[in-house]
Design a protein around this ligand. Sequence first.
Ligand code: PMV
Length: 373
Amino acid sequence: MTERHFIPKPYSANVESGTFSWSSPSNIALVKYWGKKKNQIPENPSISFTLNQCKTITKLSFSKKDLSTALKATDDFSFEVFLDGQKSDAFKPKIQTFFERVEVYLPFLKSYHFKIETENTFPHSSGIASSASGMSALALCLMSVEQRLLGGVEASGIEMTDDYFNKKASFLARLGSGSACRSLEGPLVVWGEHGSVEGSSDLFGVKYPYKVHDHFKNYQDTILLVDKGEKQVSSTVGHNLMHGHPFAQERFKQANKNISEIKSILETGDLDAFVKLVESEALTLHAMMMTSMPYFILMKPNTLQIINKIWAYRNETGSKVCFTLDAGANVHVLYPENEAENVLKFIKNELVAYCQNGHYICDVIGLGAENIL
Ligand code: PMV
């Protein structure tokens, strides 16, 4: 598939207005995406667990602009954004950029006025990025509009199957925020072309298509909120610093190799190998940040305290608990379901002290976005 497959045929239905709602979760990468080419094409493939509790719920209402009274009505995008019921202009520039990037694939965007009402299930300033869940929820709502406009006919010569709907929604979400393309399905999604994952693409995320051992069923992710503040360096800036980074090419090679390795780990259920790969990926991501120019550190002292405590606990108990990090100070503690009771005790007794205001979120691997009727 190429980008051209996502340019639709002329719309056949005349739709005045409507409303669609989707909920879409966040995701946590096991093999990380860090570094991109033009148009949000990743430098290396990545794979993530889809989360279940940390979600964005977005309601998109749309109504046709009155072209007779406003001749220039089609010149601009027209939309308003509400976060938790409050009008919010803070997100407007991001959505404006998103609309500009996807307009060629959604040619109806300038014909309607949109009201975007969005809320997150996770606390507002928790340091958990809402871009993956938020952009995927919005992309899905827009796909529902397109589906209605196509009136059941084929889109770009391709039948609007669930598969096409999901792929295009993921494709659009990617143009909003790269990792957002991995939030639509679950429990595992691969984004970025890799020879050992059939159907994988740089353009959209695909549901991991191979056997996964029972050890990974209902895998737990407790997110320790170490620092709820705004990141000092955005992901966009971080990705860009991979251009000309002295270790970039080795890193991209390593990520490709780790995708091959995680495939056999997921199949055999080798949790020791899983722990090594996932922790190495997390530390490599942060090593890239520390060795770019300019360099930066997103981990906080408490991030390291937690990591050391996890290592000590594993040594003492033989537990398979491990950590991963995204582009921030918070720690995702990953562990199999059968360890939930013990690990939660450990978290409460030994790790909560390092969380800001003692806050953490218990999540579990989920199945992706849902249409809310
Ligand atoms: O989707 P972005 O541009 O915010 O980048 C996310 C990058 C990481 O979260 C650090 C890694 C990943 O693969 O999700």
